[in-house]
Design a protein around this ligand. Structure first.
Ligand code: ADP
Ligand code: NI
Length: 246
């Protein structure tokens, strides 16, 4: 295998210690650490076997992206990591379009683990507001931690990994790769976005190419630039090959 395409074994360090307010005592720190470890195990087990681009490694990448952004932006890294870990625990795309399933499952889990009510509310609000809802629908996040998780999730939807995930998702749901007779649609409501399913290439125009300008933090915006350029280069090559020009 050529050296420059050898699969990477590097993993970026993502946890830089818990934010001061969760560190009122040693016991609290231990509780936070063991809660994160238990949550990681729960999520890994729940998402095992997924082949739609929403597997455990998506969650792991999102939490590392999100914690990296949180560190730069001065957000609460504990809440950010907890919400990132639980963000796709019961995604509406796999629960008959029910966008309350995710926050509900997260609440049940956190209540079983003696998490304080404000942290539960915050994590569940992040999960409830996270998802992309269509080109014409705003998805503002009221808290900095929410913005870090949303940017972390959106980074994983673009660039090389985003491309792999889009086609994995399309294959999982029986979508065509591309169909020139089926143009992209700019959905004006979440209901329209949820109910339509076009070819995977359409998703680039309906969502992926729009994400760069919708990143919520300066750090996220910066990280999105190179991944966005990669999408553009990919599409140029895709259409050159499609049209027998390359
Ligand atoms: P969100 O909550 O914003 O939808 P997710 O973490 O659930 O984010 O991941 C969404 C990803 O699933 C997309 O970025 C894409 O990779 C894939 N996906 C969703 N809808 C489609 C679609 N119609 N065609 C291709 N891929 C899709
Ligand atoms: Ni996600």
């Amino acid at each position: 295998m050529p050296r420059d395409v050898t699969p990477s074994k590097k993993t970026r360090r993502w946890r830089f210690g818990l934010v001061e307010k969760h560190r009122e005592s040693d016991a609290m720190t231990i509780h936070c650490e063991s809660l994160l470890a238990a949550t990681e195990a729960y999520v890994r087990q729940t998402l095992a076997g997924d082949s739609s681009g929403h597997d455990w490694w998506h969650i792991d990448r999102v939490r590392r992206n999100a914690c990296r952004i949180a560190q730069t932006e001065g957000a609460d890294v504990f809440v950010t990591e907890l919400a990132a870990l639980l963000h796709d625990i019961a995604d509406w795309k796999f629960h008959g379009g029910d966008d309350t399933a995710g926050p509900r499952a997260a609440r049940t889990w956190l209540e079983q683990h003696a998490v304080t009510e404000p942290v539960i509310d915050h994590v569940c609000a992040i999960i409830a507001g996270l998802s992309y809802k269509g080109a014409g629908v705003k998805t503002d996040m009221p808290t900095l931690e929410g913005r870090c998780v949303q940017d972390g999730d959106r980074l994983d939807a673009i660039g090389a990994i985003g491309i792999a995930r889009a086609f994995a998702f399309g294959g999982h749901f029986g979508r065509a790769i591309y169909d020139p007779e089926h143009p992209p649609e700019m959905h004006e409501s979440f209901a329209a976005y949820k109910s339509k399913g076009g070819p995977s290439i359409n998703h680039f125009y309906e969502k992926l190419l729009l994400l760069k300008d919708r990143m919520q933090t300066p750090a996220g915006r910066k990280l999105a630039e190179e991944r966005h350029r990669f999408l553009e280069v990919y599409l140029q090559q895709f259409f050159a090959e499609w049209n027998a020009d390359a």
